[in-house]
Design a protein around this ligand. Structure first.
Ligand SMILES: [Fe+2]
Ligand SMILES: [Fe+2]
Length: 170
């Protein structure tokens, strides 16, 4: 089976966005590591690993459907943050952008009657719902914490426990 030229372009663009996501979350992890907030840093290291998993999954799919890729320049991630909450807000904005991009691919897959790509991206749209909810939840917790530093360290400890665990059924 071979995807259309239009779909090939859309998939390559999406892989670039996932590659940008890998770097975006590494920069966010670095912001926390330099202040020894290792739990927050761990959260973003795991995010970065998840984005690598997404990129590789799409990379494999692209080749399975007869496509190929040339990696062009990946834009620089955002790296100016002025607070812990600001990092999570930027993360949420980034995820919303990714959700929009995946929605556009799903829309295109229906226009092109490309049902294989339509099915493949169902997993990603569900993943986006989870990712946005996860970040929104942490923003709410940060709002409750305010400037209570002991509560902040409890959240840091909670986020230290997160591990990369790709869905084994996919
Ligand atoms: Fe992703
Ligand atoms: Fe993501």
């Amino acid at each position: 089976m071979r995807i259309s030229e239009k779909m090939q372009l859309a998939l390559v663009e999406q892989i670039h966005l996932e590659l940008l996501s890998i770097n975006q979350y590494l920069v966010m992890a670095s912001y926390f590591l330099k202040d020894d907030l290792n739990g927050f840093a761990n959260f973003f290291m795991v995010q970065s690993q998840e984005e690598n998993f997404h990129a590789m999954k799409q990379f494999q799919y692209l080749h399975d459907v007869g496509g190929s890729i040339r990696i062009s320049q990946i834009p620089a991630p955002i790296s100016d943050f002025h607070s812990i909450k600001h990092v999570f807000e930027m993360s949420l904005l980034h995820e919303r952008k990714v959700t929009q991009a995946i929605s556009n691919i799903i829309k295109l897959s229906l226009e092109e009657q490309d049902y294989a790509t339509h099915t493949f991206f169902q997993w990603f749209i569900t993943e986006q719902v989870e990712e946005e909810a996860l970040v929104e939840n942490i923003i709410k917790k940060l709002d409750m914490i305010g400037d209570n530093s002991s509560a902040l360290y409890l959240l840091n400890d909670e986020l230290a426990k997160r591990t990369f665990n790709p869905n084994p059924t996919v």
